[in-house]
Design a protein around this ligand. Structure first.
Ligand code: SF4
Length: 487
């Protein structure tokens, strides 16, 4: 239970999308501020937090299975407390309380900030099992240094919630209307992060292009990108997710004219059929989407563009699906996260006529995945011979038999596996090398000189590693890929 140093310990298990990963970082930071420490490897923590996802299929079964496994552990360790938060908790609070009464705290997506107080409140008479003891979060998320991200890279939320009503998405009903943080708070958080050694930030919102609507500045997102350009030590700025409906030229100009904003765009398409987009309540059409890509490429010729696509939305015909294949060919995506539509209770699409049979969805999905792989391979092969600057990553896996390779992300966010030619760089350092081969999902740089630039990010990685000798690894992340639906 308590760590060998006598401190109370915690473990966070995260499911789902990047917003949940970010929320878990906040939770970890808040728990550490409240005096908890990460559980040591193999130890039973004093507090186990499940940060759940309602988007992913079978999320609830997995949660209840894991809660069931924890019951005998908790019985053997009476001080243990279990908290369940996130989207599924927001949606199914009563069900969780009924099915797993040994859960101590259920908290929603709006009151993460008060979680550290909740476990400590357990002994109070009013703090019965399963009770949500925390008040609704209001205002900007607290500034907290991420605890689970590598120390050279961080996520920074600029907004929470979403004003759109995409019919396949549960986010609006769970996370509520969009609330924007003030630009000054966002920039202060980024400055604090860079002071700690962070080189790269990803600005995070369900729809970053509507940032500023809440405080009456429609150009706020472009201004925020430009302001990031003035932060000392901040080398890379990314963002996710943009929405084609709200994407304006001032953002493209800001991207192109701000050197530390990376030449990369991950913009969800979801379908290439206007009829399906209409049924999804996505308020743009294929021509508008393609026109944005044209303008992005005109302003940033080397930009890598990736997307999300859902296959088999209710009512999708073979002709609609062909329109999606057609736009994938035209858009020259560097990669795409592709999803097979399946019913999500609580979404408008779940009640729509024309649900597509699962075998048809699967067959279309396989055709789409093959085309995406072919397209991204072709785009990646064009990069052979190109010099790339790579931020070395901690833990992105090597590929094939070349065990000596290290990995990292190029400026355009492509994954690069490279063979160091001299002293090995540290995660968080930046190397410059030359691409020797493109593969469907990554680039290879073998047998070429690699110039290493040691950075403050590498120093921060080294310092954290030295300080964490013997500690448990960061929580294992389960579920959706890095940039998945919804967005
Ligand atoms: S898919 Fe994205 S834009 Fe649409 S409702 Fe969900 S979070 Fe909002």
């Amino acid at each position: 239970m308590a760590r060998s140093d006598g401190l109370r310990s915690f473990e966070i298990r995260t499911y789902g999308c990047q917003m949940n990963m970010h929320d878990s970082e906040r939770l970890a930071g808040l728990l550490e501020e409240a005096g908890y420490q990460r559980a040591e490897a193999g130890a039973n923590p004093d507090v186990v937090v499940f940060n759940t996802c309602a988007v992913r299929e079978n999320a609830d079964n997995r949660l209840y299975g894991n809660l069931g496994h924890l019951l005998p552990v908790k019985n053997a360790h009476p001080g243990m407390q279990i908290a369940v938060g996130g989207c599924l908790a927001q949606k199914d609070r009563a069900v969780i309380t009924a099915r797993a009464p040994w859960v101590d705290v259920v908290f929603g997506t709006h009151n993460i900030g008060s979680l550290p107080a909740a476990p400590g409140a357990r002994t109070g008479a009013a703090a019965g099992p399963g009770r949500d003891r925390s008040s609704r979060w209001s205002g900007s998320p607290p500034c907290c240094l991420p605890a689970a991200s590598p120390p050279y890279s961080a996520w920074v939320a600029i907004s929470v919630g979403c004003n759109n009503t995409c019919t396949f998405c549960i986010v609006p009903s769970l996370r509520g209307k969009e609330e924007d943080r003030r630009p000054g708070d966002v920039l202060a958080e980024i400055r604090a992060l860079t002071a700690e050694g962070v080189l790269e930030v990803t600005l995070l919102g369900q729809n970053v292009n509507s940032y500023g609507a809440a405080f009456g500045d429609r150009q706020a997102f472009g201004k925020l990108l430009r302001a990031c350009g003035g932060i000392d030590g901040l080398e890379r700025v990314r963002f996710t997710s943009p929405h084609p409906r709200d994407f304006t030229d001032d953002v493209i100009d800001a991207m192109a004219q701000t050197p530390n904003v990376m030449p990369q765009l991950h913009m969800p398409l979801q379908s290439g059929s206007d009829a399906v987009l209409r049924a999804m309540r996505r308020a743009y059409r294929r021509d508008k989407y393609l026109a944005i890509l044209d303008r992005v490429r005109a302003a940033m010729p080397g930009a890598a563009i990736t997307t999300d696509i859902i296959v088999g939305f209710p009512g999708e015909t073979e002709r609609d699906f062909s329109a999606t294949l057609d736009i994938v060919r035209q858009a020259r995506f560097a990669g795409a996260f592709t999803f097979q539509y399946s019913v999500r209770a609580g979404t408008p699409a779940a009640a729509m006529d024309g649900q597509v049979p699962a075998e048809v969805v699967r067959e279309r999905y396989e055709r789409l995945a093959a085309l995406v792989a072919e397209t991204s391979l072709r785009e990646n092969m064009l990069l052979a011979g190109r010099e790339v600057e790579v931020l070395v990553a901690d833990g992105e896996g090597r590929k094939d038999e070349a065990t000596h390779r290290m990995s990292g992300r190029a400026r355009d966010n492509r994954l690069v596996h490279f063979a160091p030619s001299g002293a090995a760089p540290r995660p968080g350092d930046i190397v410059t090398t030359v691409v020797t081969r493109g593969a469907p999902n990554y680039l290879i740089a073998d047998g070429v000189p690699v110039a290493v630039r040691r950075t403050r990010g590498g120093d921060a990685w080294q310092a954290r590693r030295a300080g964490q000798a013997g500690r448990a690894p960061v929580p294992v992340l389960l579920g959706m890929p890095a940039r998945g639906r919804p967005a």
